[in-house]
Each structure stands twice: as structure tokens, then as C-alpha cells.
Design a protein around this ligand. Structure first.
Ligand code: XBP
Ligand code: MG
Length: 252
């Protein structure tokens, strides 16, 4: 990375732990509403996360024979019902941001580092998280919100990051991606970006070859110690992931 002019954040699992208690629960509520008997328990959902995108995930479970056959319109309707449940869960305050996320975002704003989002999730789900968890003002603080079906190939394909970079009008070597999963890391790297990874319960045992740093979380100054899982640039020791630390990846 030549210079850290921009940070591009993934959403699910990175900004907030939305998968287990947000998306998964919303899928199950939509399945129940539709009279389907299928429920995704925590472990099953972890396996299905290998497929990014909610509609794609349903399609995979159908292909596995776990749900009745449905055409694309029926899948889209089921997924729209899921998104509505997800929006309600988020509006009810079910999911907070992960520790250190708001701190690092605010550091970027204060330092004039451009912020962007690159996510597989549906725009309506992203909107709910910004509106109810981050606050309305954050809609204007992200220069680009790249989400969902705006590209046809979802992560691990590079398309959503390439799209975000094009919209930002900046080169990949002037931005840093923040991800939580191997699929997200592959997507960012394939778009030419350096990428740091903050793992969570669903992703901590994945492989993160090519990551610039892998940590258990961003951490807060004086808070619980951050576990460093991979540190090829020898940034440790540090108490939390902040902008001065990430600037050490410049010209690396
Ligand atoms: C996120 C996803 C999404 C969410 C559900 O991946 O895979 O499918 O689980 O979102 P990433 P939708 O964090 O790598 O972007 O149901 O809205 O598709
Ligand atoms: Mg993610």
C-alpha cells in the first residue's frame, strides 16, 4: 500500500456480529412465515456462510435437498421477507457494533481518511445498520456504499471492491480493506487491496494467507487485549488497531 487515503469496510462480521443473531434469525423467521419447516441452527448456518449472499445461500440449501425447490422469484420473495425481519431486529437494537469499530471510523473522519463500504449484504440491510446502530450522520460520512446485487459476482470475486474503487476514483494501493472472513479477504486481495482481518466466532479457524494483519478484534485503548493471529509486517506489540498502527503498512 502506497498510502492510506481510504479505508473500505466489510459489514457483516466486521462492523457488527450480524450473522448468528441477526441474519440467521431473520432467515428462520421468514422460513416460518412461509410455512417452511427448515431452520438454520448456529452450526448449519456456519457451514452455509461459505456461500455469500442471502439468496445464494437459500439456493444452496435447496440444491442440498434441505428445502423444497423454488424458482428465482419465490427465492427473491422469501429473501425480501427475511430482509424485513432483519431490519426489525436491527431497529430493536439486537446487534451492537463490534468493539473499536466506531473509534477507528471516527479516527478516519478526524484524519481525513476517506471511508467506504463494500459488502455482499442487501442495501436495505446495510441502511438499517447505519440508521439504527451507527446513526443517520454516517450516511454522509461514507463516500461510497457498495452493497448487494449491484455486482453480479459476490465475494470472493473482486467485483464489489473493484466497483467501490471505481466509484471512489482511487487506486487500490491507496486503500486498505477491513474484513472478517476468508471469502472477504480473497475478494479484497483479488481487487489489488491490502486487507486486515478481524475474526469472529464463525471465521476464527479460517485461513487468511495474504492478510496484512489478522486480529481477534480492533480493540479499545485500555480494553480487553487484542489477540494477534498473523502479523507478517511485525506490527505487534500494540493494544488496539488504530490509524497510527495502520499507517505503518504504508510503503510496506
Ligand atoms: C455477508 C453475506 C450476506 C449476509 C446476508 O458477507 O454473506 O449474505 O449473510 O445478507 P460479507 P443478505 O460480510 O463477506 O459481505 O441476506 O442481505 O444477502
Ligand atoms: Mg463479512
Amino acid at each position: 500500500m502506497k498510502s492510506l487515503d481510504c479505508m473500505i469496510f466489510d459489514v457483516d462480521g466486521t462492523l457488527a456480529d450480524t450473522e448468528r443473531d441477526g441474519h440467521r434469525v431473520a432467515f428462520n423467521r421468514a422460513f416460518a412465515d412461509a410455512g417452511l419447516s427448515r431452520r438454520w441452527d448456529v452450526a448449519t448456518y456456519g457451514e452455509l456462510l461459505a456461500v455469500t449472499g442471502g439468496k445464494e445461500r437459500i439456493r444452496r440449501d435447496i440444491a442440498l435437498g434441505n428445502m423444497p425447490a423454488m424458482d428465482d422469484d419465490a427465492i427473491a420473495r422469501l429473501h425480501a421477507a427475511k430482509t424485513a425481519h432483519y431490519q426489525r431486529l436491527i431497529a430493536e437494537g439486537a446487534i451492537p457494533l463490534r468493539p473499536g469499530v466506531m473509534r477507528l471510523l471516527e479516527e478516519c473522519v478526524a484524519a481525513g481518511v476517506t471511508l467506504a463500504i463494500a459488502t455482499t449484504t442487501t442495501p436495505a440491510a446495510l441502511d438499517a445498520l447505519i440508521r439504527h446502530v451507527m446513526g443517520e450522520a454516517w450516511f454522509d460520512r461514507f463516500a461510497v456504499l457498495a452493497a448487494g446485487d449491484i455486482v453480479s459476482a459476490k465475494k470472493p470475486a473482486p467485483d464489489i471492491y473493484t466497483y467501490a474503487l471505481e466509484r471512489l476514483g482511487i487506486a487500490a494501493d491507496r486503500a486498505l480493506a477491513v474484513e472478517d472472513s476468508a471469502n472477504g479477504l480473497r475478494s479484497a486481495r483479488a481487487a489489488g487491496l491490502e486487507c486486515i482481518v478481524t475474526v469472529n466466532g464463525y471465521t476464527e479457524r479460517q485461513r487468511f494467507d495474504g492478510a496484512a494483519l489478522v486480529v481477534s478484534g480492533l480493540g479499545e485503548p485500555g480494553g480487553e487485549a487484542v489477540r494477534v493471529l498473523a502479523d507478517p509486517h511485525h506490527l505487534a506489540p500494540f493494544s488496539c488497531v488504530d490509524l497510527p498502527l495502520l499507517r505503518r503498512l504504508e510503503r510496506g
